[in-house]
Unconditional design. Sequence first.
Length: 252
Amino acid sequence: MSISTSKLLTGATSIAGFLLAANPALAFDPSAFQSFIHKERQAIDPEKVNIFQLDPAKLTLNYDHEVKVHFLSEGASFRNQLGVTVTGTTTMDDTVLFDDITCLTDSCSTFKGYKNPEIGSSTIDKGGLTAGDSVSLGTVKAGSTLDFWLNANGFLKSNSTRWSTDTAKNKDGLQHVMAYEYEDYLVLAWEDLVRGGDKDYNDVVVAIDIGKANLQPPVSQDVPEPSTTAALLGATAFGLSRLRRRPEPEVN
């Protein structure tokens, strides 16, 4: 199954050719994720960074699900972009989901360097991103693998550096994302600078809805068929009945 980018995103607000999905207040609460947004320029202990490496298996879906990406916060002087590539049962070529990750208020930005960016975009024209703005990839089929990536300063540079969730694909060979599981979401917190930068992992923070079932280990398929189970239960019952009927030993 291949997703057409022209039908990829649905909603009401257009940003750089894509559409942000409507965000009903009760459907997603960005305030519940504040503990995953780190303070500006406060390096996180490398041991903790390592502990919260992304498990690649989490990005291979075992069940069909409508995948949604919710913006939470940004803390970068860069004008970053977030995108995804999907391979497997569902395929999607490199696709930018958020073209210009810029928040102009304290509610969703830990960076205080700009409030009125000199270079505009459709994101800036609408007042910047708001915590909870979301993008839907549509239904992604079981057996598909998602690769999310960050284009560092990608809105302003055509030759930007791409940081992948797959550390092996990063040119500095370093981990550029910390991953957490919360409720039914996978939270990704990015560091956008080469060689780890200031190591605060708050440059872009998103919550990804890949479905609760996909966050759990796959259910084992080695389950007996109903007929087999019935036969086993029958054999057990027969064995127990024979034990009950065994005569008591004679006492001399």
